[in-house]
Design a protein around this ligand. Sequence first.
Ligand code: ADE
Length: 246
Amino acid sequence: MRIDVLTIFPEYLAPLELSLLGKARRQGLVDLHVHDLRDWTHDRHRTVDDSPLGGGAGMVMKPEPWAEAFAAVRAAGRAEMGEQAQPLVVFPNPAGAPFAQATAQAWSEREWIVFACGRYEGIDERVYEHLDAEGYEVALASLGDYVLNGGEVAVLAITEAVVRLVPGVVGNAESLREESHAEGLLEYPLYTRPAAWTDPAGTLREVPPILLSGDHAKIAAWRRERSLERTAERRPDLLGPAPTEG
Ligand code: ADE
């Protein structure tokens, strides 16, 4: 998978070099390119923003650097991957569709994602129109109903969620199937040794005996029940609308 990131803060993406993603890069499973949007400006101050036309608070990102950046990144990617290669362009945006595990799963099967990090109040609307007209596939993705200062933190989160699902990146595929949200439920409680533990307050805490029984079918059923119970308690929205009377 190829990932390009367009940002005015390339250093912000440094954590992508670490841990899981760093390993995926070294293994050749993910090819990451972080670009400074200001490289596509032509004035002395490398200007990427201006005041909103019509008035209002804050600044708006100018269209020209974005258009040039997308053209350059698409050309560079196609030079490597072939002229038919089609990136998915993702704009992290609080007004986008909620990013969820199903999104991560779908995007982990993509050959190429270009993340475009907006800052300030937002990006000139004509950038989206232009990308549409040029045949780019565009998605707006929100991490949640709150506002960050820019898309960079969202790109870190989205990239981690997507890349760990790329085959070969997480060693144990089984662990991906069982984790929270994999099947639309929260994960069951986990325990390890010692089976009987006296906590610092002196209370003996034992693991549920069924986990020591060796009966795999019973353990699976028990875990499923705990998953359902936990989901109902913490995230009833995941179980769908409550049945209505009548
Ligand atoms: N940019 C600013 N806020 C955001 C959010 N909640 N999700 C994704 N991108 C954002």
